[in-house]
Design a protein around this ligand. Sequence first.
Ligand code: BGC
Length: 414
Amino acid sequence: MKHYVKMAASAIALTCATAAFAEPQAEVLHYWTSGGEAKSVAVLQQEFADNGGTWIDMPVAGGGGDAAMTALRARVLSGNAPTAVQLKGPAIQEWYEEGVLADISAVAEAEGWADVLPASIAGHMKCDDIWCAAPVNVHRVDWIWANADVLEANGITMPTTWDEFNAAAEKLQAAGITPLAHGGQAWQDATVFEAVALGILGPDGFRKAFVDLDMDTLKSDGMVAVFDQMRTLRGYVDDNFSGRDWNLATAMVINGEAGFQIMGDWAKGEFIAAGKVPGDDFLCLSTPGDGFLYNVDSFAMFDVDGADKKAGQELLAKLTVGKNFQKVFNLNKGSIPARTDVDLADFDSCAHLSSDDMSASADNGSLLPSYAHGMALRGAQAGAITDVVTAHFNSDMSSADAVQMLADAVANSM
Ligand code: BGC
């Protein structure tokens, strides 16, 4: 017995010694590869290094993260998961159900996350009753970005209805300017589609369609009108839009080649990285209609072996939700902090609008998860919707046919 206790004691001593000497290490899979994104993630890399960590970067280019998710699946299937992964929404839960996520509750509790995160965000970071992800930010998806000089030169103010948007676009087209900078990639089509849907269906209709998958709403006249507006927008895109990356579309607005872009506020990160000033060089306004579509980036930690990697996960989780990182990262990224106690004094007018609208939407029930950015639905269901959106946008399919196809695709995905 004595011998056993002694053995156990030395085992504990050994474990503690290993933990004490563990050098935090993290292989981080993410898809932040554009100019603004790279600047943002560099903030975390620096902070990680300053705290003794070794960051092994695994960037997988591709806006919206589709390519990154394919790379993740391959790594997990081969039994070699990365230490930390940029993941969000229901995908976090899906990986948890596969039994491959680590429990980061000890960090979350020590750092008091429950006290500084809004319940809506904390809910996405929990799997059953453990913390399984660390939130980075809150991106808003339903934004219009515009080149201020182009609008002024053409006597246009920021549109507050879709009719106003269409009228402004016609003016720009007549002046030889591409009205809408867009990249023909499925996730970008879905991004525009959900902003249009929020405006036309309203927050309740959006929730019914893309959170509850309510068949009546999916097949409604309102949804026909959403596809009608998508067809109209298709006419405002230039001939070379197919396959274009989102940040190259943002660059078209930055250099005045195009008037508008409908995109989440990671686009603001590109304007900022290019030295542009909101309200002066570029304008931001939420897309027409009520409500707020949120998209929360986070890091989920995968179950990995080795004291160094576990120490890396703890350090990364702690720094990610730390006040300094939440401020500096989001100043670069275009988003706002997930923490509620970060001073926004240094943030610009677009960030203030986002923060104010988010609080108002939370109060009146119109704060909604983005379907296009993986916050509302499981992968198969979101994918089924996006396939229809893209098929419609890239053909002459009628709105009525698109609505029928949408209802069938959703029914088959359940
Ligand atoms: C992510 C952002 C990213 C954007 C473009 C979104 O889904 O949440 O962090 O900047 O895609 O890749």
